[in-house]
Design a protein around this ligand. Structure first.
Ligand code: SF4
Length: 681
């Protein structure tokens, strides 16, 4: 029995990008309960099982609350003075011997906007490199790239409240009932109220089971399927002529390009029946407004960015943009992954997603130092550079890059070549355990102040509910101490999170109107340019961010090289489940672990029968890149010939299976298509 809370603090859920507002109940400086904020726009009084119960990691037995350094392979506890000196000396040495571009810095989607702003400022001002990135690289950078290129702003166009305005909901490569449960429930309720639901997903997810139309493409064939939907829009004159004339360029060219993309051709490539494609196209075009929400099943592919572009084409052709209940809406996996990237943890852009070439001078004036102008390495190409001996040091904040990146054995080889790995986290994660030299312990989001940015561009407050554990500091405090040690104390003299936020407002006009005071209750959606601006629920209502007219993209299909063969007859996709979060650093240390203690492999009953396999049998899964052993779950959620596995359990290290194929534009790894074979372990 937990004690009764004596104090409640309003803050934001530390997990997914829905960004539910919750209140933390504290007794004797321990978190003993959470409850939803009833009138919060993002969650309207609901929380999922993670937001409600998964806070035990804050006081987990193996939490590290003193700095550590490693000598001869063994960790030794130390104090902050020595840890900061060693980290600073190491960075200084690498920069002196190999230049600043031999150092990489990774920000964290679990850290606040303020901390990510300081992270990229640290990389650029203190180290002098644009080698700075975050885990958005491996999930929604394709969404950001496609949206920015076509519409001028790389973020969701609409709001969660638009779900209840939509007559049709198009869910592409996402399983929100498990991964964004509060939004998933809103989608299901809207479908139950009579809205049409179209789901594009290889698996029969919970939403696919209740959909009007479920299109289940073979993994890796999103582009031909989306192109065939565009073909139907032209062939059956379902396009919105008025919208196109007023707001879109390139219509005739796209019509000619799509002419050969018949549903029958898409059927051959994707396996989706042609009549289902026609039905989906008609619903999306005629039952408007239609709102598209997509996940990593669209982005984590060789053609991740192109897949999102093909989806944006559909929205433009049908006029499903710039109005309530419509739009293109990436469902962000982690609470502040969008914030981390938009704050500037990106090798090619500064705070506000402005390109280096356009904004370096402005930021040099604001920060008072010369900045590097050449775009840097991203998280994936940093690993390539480490492999090649060009990157020598990595400073990783709140991101278990070893467990998270695809092709884990190759990642391990690269990380083992580094002269210096500084890990800043709450736990000795897999990266720290295997490759760390200095460990800097930091607090959870329940122990500090700041803001997160959710999937609908809402800046929401994060508030300290309990005291920092042990000697741990906030990421911001560590960054400021390290910057001071390296001689840049003047640029990092922030006394509190609000002071950092006010600096962000000064350099990024789109959030100038969002003060801590104004965002105190429900947060505000940017753009919000001054204190009278109520924020923006729907983007592109009058014009696109970069132009009056959007340009359609002709996306040709390029098949992935990750193909089945006689040796590797199954296609595996990887993903998350309801009870856990990413590589399990947090949920693996909560009672969620009792509900789902291990990763699993889902296989269709037909295939299980052919291989004489049954539920819970241990099976060896082998790809061209590595192997893991997993317990089997026989499930009709996957199609025959396809498999699904989760990646939450570091002991299994599922990313040993995933390979080197990447999105051609952003380098996001192709987690969603892996050719494998399976046998009894
Ligand atoms: Fe937290 Fe997402 Fe669940 Fe909301 S839906 S409680 S933000 S994990």
């Amino acid at each position: 029995h937990e004690p009764v809370p004596t104090e409640w603090t309003r803050t934001t859920c530390p997990y997914c990008g829905v960004g539910c507002k919750l209140e933390v109940g504290v007794a004797g400086d321990r978190i003993v309960a959470t409850r939803p904020v009833i009138d919060a726009p993002s969650n309207k009084g609901h929380l999922c099982v993670k937001g409600r119960y998964a806070h035990g990691y804050v006081d987990a037995a193996d939490r590290i609350t003193v700095p550590k350094v490693r000598h001869d392979g063994r960790w030794r506890s130390t104090d902050w003075a020595e840890a900061i000196t060693l980290a600073a000396d190491g960075l200084r040495r690498v920069a002196a011997e190999h230049g600043p571009d031999a150092i990489g810095v990774l920000g964290s989607s679990r850290a606040t906007n303020e901390e990510n702003y300081l992270t990229q400022k640290f990389a650029r001002v203190v180290i002098g490199t644009n080698n700075v990135d975050c885990c958005a690289r491996v999930c929604h950078t394709p969404s950001a790239a496609a949206l920015k290129h076509m519409l001028g702003t790389g973020v969701a166009t609409n709001s969660f409240d638009d779900i209840e305005q939509a007559k049709t909901l198009l869910v592409v490569g996402a399983n929100p009932l498990e991964n964004h449960p509060v939004v998933g429930a809103r989608i299901r309720q809207q479908a139950q109220r009579g809205a049409h639901l179209i789901v594009i997903d290889p698996r029969r997810t919970g939403l696919a089971r209740i959909a009007d139309v479920h299109l289940a493409p073979r993994p890796g064939t999103n582009v031909p399927l989306l192109n065939s939907l565009a073909h139907v829009l032209f062939a059956e004159d379902l396009v919105d002529r008025d919208f196109l004339a007023a707001r879109v360029e390139g219509v005739e060219g796209l019509a000619a390009f799509m002419a050969p993309w018949t549903p029958e051709r898409a059927t051959q490539l994707s396996g989706v029946p042609a009549d289902a494609i026609r039905r989906a196209a008609r619903l999306y075009a005629l039952e408007r407004p239609a709102m598209a929400l997509h996940g990593l099943g669209l982005t984590e592919h060789l053609q991740g960015t192109q897949g999102v572009m093909a989806l944006i084409d559909l929205a433009l052709l049908t006029g499903n943009l710039g109005r309530a209940g419509s739009g293109i809406n990436p469902l962000r996996g982690q609470n502040n992954v969008q914030g981390a990237a938009v704050m500037g943890c990106d090798p090619g852009t500064l705070t506000g997603s402005v390109r280096l070439v356009d904004a370096c001078q402005r930021f040099e004036a604001a920060w008072g130092v010369a900045l590097p102008h050449k775009p840097g390495l991203n998280a994936v190409t940093m690993i390539d550079a480490a492999h090649a001996g060009k990157l020598k040091a990595l400073y990783v904040i709140g991101y278990d890059i070893f467990a998270s990146l695809a092709n884990a054995d190759v990642t391990a080889m690269a990380l083992s070549k580094l002269d210096l790995v500084i890990v800043q986290d709450m736990f000795l994660n897999e990266t720290a355990n295997s490759f760390g030299h200095v460990f800097l312990p930091v607090v959870s989001s329940f122990e500090k102040d700041g803001t997160f940015m959710n999937s609908e561009r809402r800046i929401q407050r994060v508030r300290r509910a309990v005291a920092p554990r042990g000697d741990s500091l906030s990421d911001a405090e560590v960054l400021c101490r390290l910057a001071g040690e390296l001689g840049f104390g003047d640029q990092f003299r922030h006394t509190c999170a609000e002071a950092v936020w006010d600096e962000i407002r000064a350099v990024w006009p789109a959030v100038a109107g969002i003060s801590y005071g104004r965002s105190s209750r429900h947060g505000l959606q940017w753009p919000c340019v001054d204190e009278y601006d109520p924020g923006t629920a729907v983007l592109h209502a009058r014009r696109f961010a970069n132009a009056d007219k959007a340009k359609l993209e002709q996306v040709d299909y390029r098949p992935t090289t990750e193909c089945t063969s006689e040796q590797y007859p199954f296609l595996l996709t990887t993903g998350r489940t309801l009870h856990h979060f990413n590589v399990g650093t947090m949920t693996g240390r909560t009672r969620q672990q009792l509900l789902r203690p291990t990763d699993t492999l889902d296989m269709h009953p037909y295939d299980a029968g052919q291989l004489d396999l049954r539920d819970d049998m241990p099976v060896r899964v082998e790809s061209r890149h590595g192997e893991v052993v997993l317990p089997l779950r026989v499930s009709d959620a996957v199609a025959p010939g396809q498999l699904f596995a989760t990646f939450h359990d570091p002991a299994r290290m599922l990313n040993r299976l995933t390979g080197p194929v990447r999105d051609t534009v952003t380098s996001a790894p192709e987690y969603k298509v892996v050719a494998v074979r399976v046998r009894l372990a």
